[in-house]
Ligand binder design. Structure first.
Ligand code: NAD
Length: 417
């Protein structure tokens, strides 16, 4: 393996191997958990607007269903690969187990460029994907959701197609639907809000006064903008820097997150904002702040820049922002990490609430969703923190230990090994 760059899926396997070793996991359980339970490769013919039929390649990977039906989003992306989908399906398995919701893990994807497709083409592709996989999904089998470049409208088309094939209305087959079709209140900012609840727990552990804390957020999209708005609005923390793919802005006295969002919507970026100075994404990472939130992409904090991080806490709203080498550097430097599949599990947790509400056809007020989310996230954080303190391992390894232990227990009880 020396000098070989690991693929995303190989990274998940390596992370699992570390936890398996510490847990003295039975070899048979470890072997089952290293690979997906099932994967489906499909070809989807779609009539394009110009009359031609184009065939798209799609996947659905069901990684493990020991704890319940599989759960995982669907990505529409030109660079999609089966390797990434496998990795994300594995992470979904650990994420659902870490927050203790009764789901296994899965992920789906279609290789396509949604930005270059018309609404009609996207609808036919969405329906075609469901036509190809519908016998393998279902409210008790595998429940998709939105992910990169898919959205509530696409979920609505997919739910409709599945319902037509079944012959009855079946909202619980998919989450992240529009509110009018059985979506849950509180789904919009659920990922950031869940992250916020873990930050509150971490701050209590680290003795950080959040009302006086400074925050830098990399990535000003769904996750990043919402964490800035919530941290400022609910906790009173000072958002000193935010960024997007074009660069960042800094104001030591604090930015107004809603005004920054407004500006991003008007101009396409946060940069060149009159009430702040520009800074680069790399400079943002090195700011002396209490909390750094990577909320953009994977592999942002690496061996090359980890030693420059001066934050007390890194709250990983993005998936995979920190490489394994950087992890060790940060741990040795005493930087506290809330690992991705714990920090950003609020989205899937409210997806679970959506499924529950669909199953009994009764809908909760937003306040109830927030309270239940808070309880789930706080408990998950404390479970992982206890494991980390007890075993003297970093929070990421601890999160794996918690998750893998739960999945392994379900497998044993079922008699799979
Ligand atoms: P998004 O597309 O809404 O926002 C992404 C933001 O990152 C944009 O502002 C973009 O300009 C910025 N960005 C892109 N490249 C960048 C770069 N090189 N440097 C700085 N900023 C850059 O996406 P999102 O839904 O907010 O997702 C962000 C991350 O959070 C992803 O890793 C995603 O997997 C993770 N996540 C999101 C959710 C969710 O519910 N939205 C749930 C779990 C995990």
């Amino acid at each position: 393996m020396d000098n070989k760059v690991l693929t995303s899926f190989e990274i998940t396997q390596t992370q699992l191997d570390t936890a398996a070793k510490m847990l003295h996991l039975e070899p048979a359980i470890h072997a089952i958990l290293r690979v997906p339970m099932r994967e489906l490769h499909v070809s989807i013919p779609v009539r394009m607007d110009n009359g031609d039929v184009k065939v798209f390649e799609g996947f659905r990977v069901q990684y493990n269903n020991a704890r319940g039906p599989c759960k995982g989003g669907i990505r529409f992306h030109p660079d999609e690969t089966i390797d990434t989908i496998r990795a994300l399906a594995a992470w979904m398995t650990w994420k659902c187990a870490a927050v203790d919701i009764p789901f296994g893990g899965s992920k789906g994807g279609v290789i396509c460029n949604p930005k270059g497709m018309s609404s009609g083409e996207l609808e036919r592709l969405s329906r075609g994907y469901i036509d190809a996989i519908w016998e393998f999904i279902g409210p008790d089998r595998d429940i998709p959701a939105p992910d990169v470049y898919t959205n509530p409208q696409i979920m609505a088309w997919m739910m409709d197609e599945y319902s037509k094939l079944k012959g009855y209305h079946s909202p619980a087959v998919i989450t992240g639907k529009p509110l009018a079709l059985g979506g849950s209140a509180g789904r919009g900012d659920a990922t950031a809000r869940g992250g916020l609840y873990t930050i509150v727990e971490a701050a209590r552990h680290l003795n950080i006064d959040l009302s006086a804390a400074t925050v830098a957020v990399q990535g000003y999209g769904n996750a990043g903008a919402n964490i800035a708005i919530l941290a400022n609005g609910i906790l009173g923390s000072r958002i000193v820097a935010v960024s997007d793919s074009k660069g960042g802005i800094y104001n030591e006295h604090g930015l107004e997150p809603n005004k920054v969002l407004q500006r991003k919507m008007e101009t396409g970026s946060v940069i060149n904002y009159s009430e702040a100075e520009n800074l680069s994404n790399e400079e943002l990472l090195g700011l002396r702040v209490d909390i750094l939130c990577p909320a953009a992409l994977e592999n942002i904090i690496t061996q090359a820049n980890a030693s420059k991080i001066k934050a007390k806490m890194v709250a990983e709203l993005a998936n995979g922002p920190t490489t394994p080498e950087a992890d060790e550097i940060l741990y040795d430097a005493g930087v506290f990490i809330i690992p991705d599949f714990l920090c950003n599990a609020g989205g899937v947790t409210v997806s679970y609430f959506e499924w529950v509400q669909n199953m009994y056809n009764y809908y909760w007020e937003e306040e109830e969703v927030h309270q239940r989310l808070n309880k789930k996230m706080a408990k998950a954080f404390q479970d992982v923190l206890s494991e980390s303190l007890e075993r003297k391992v970093n929070m990421r390894v601890a999160a794996y230990i918690v998750a893998v232990t739960r999945v392994a227990e379900a497998m044993k009880l079922r008699g799979w090994v």
